[in-house]
Design a protein. Sequence first.
Length: 135
Amino acid sequence: MALKDATKCTARAKHSQQRCCNPAVTGYNVCRMHGAGNKGTPNLGSIKHGRYSRLKTEQLRSLVAEFENDPDPMNLMGELAAARALFQDFTDRYVESTDALMLWSRSGETAKPTQILDIGTAYKMVSEIRRSRSF
């Protein structure tokens, strides 16, 4: 079949409503630019199966297997205690580092910040420095 005899794509432009001038792909009403021949989501073949099939390290895979064989999986007291301990450790270290930084800033030996900068303020400072150097 010659190109001039091929069926035209039925897709239309949103604004002007003009039809696409490309030939439709055989078996479809639209051209390749408008979705003909799309067989679904690409790269699904790379996922083997299951929720945890993407675990990369052997150590993680062995831990998951160990947890799957837990005779009492609904007993989460150990996990809860570990999460509480990690949270307490984090908050203690945060308070200690914040207190130490504030003491250091009040020591008066050299010019130091009087407060901890948040990320927004730090970003603004870096942007201003970059602008001042771009002359």
